[in-house]
Design a binder for this molecule. Structure first.
Ligand code: FES
Length: 128
């Protein structure tokens, strides 16, 4: 079973989903892993309190990039309220493999950016 999850992680790393930038995102949050310097920028478009588009950019190891790719797929359609309730278990469930303490920061970097983004801004400009 682990092999399937590993293959999925590699697939997301090689062919990241939602990588790039959005036109006029409502939420943009940049973060980095202080241990290695790897970075992520997360962009979200919000309508009626719900994520309608998500994208990420950055550079990092397979785990951090796969985690970002999977997370952006998963959060589209979710409400900000739901996302504010997300925990590290939600991300680890997506990855599906045992993550050791050293790689935990890699796996959770996208979640850190998400949490800071969805908690940080209460009102969004809605210019089409
Ligand atoms: Fe930098 Fe994983 S080694 S985020």
């Amino acid at each position: 079973m682990d092999a399937l999850y590993r293959e999925n992680i590699l697939d997301h790393y090689r062919y990241p989903r939602n990588k790039g930038h959005l036109d006029h995102p409502d939420i943009v949050y940049h973060d980095h892993n202080p241990f290695c310097g790897d970075e992520i920028t997360l962009e979200l478009k919000i309508r009626d309190g719900r994520v309608v588009e998500a994208a990420f950019d950055g550079r990092g190891c397979a785990i951090s990039q796969a985690s970002a790719s999977m997370m952006t797929e998963e959060i589209i359609g979710k409400t900000l309220e739901e996302l504010r309730g997300w925990t590290k278990e939600d991300i680890l469930d997506l990855l599906g493999i045992e993550i050791g303490p050293v790689r935990l920061k890699c796996a959770l970097l996208p979640l850190k950016a998400l949490k800071a983004g969805v908690w940080g801004i209460e009102e969004w400009p809605h210019e089409e």
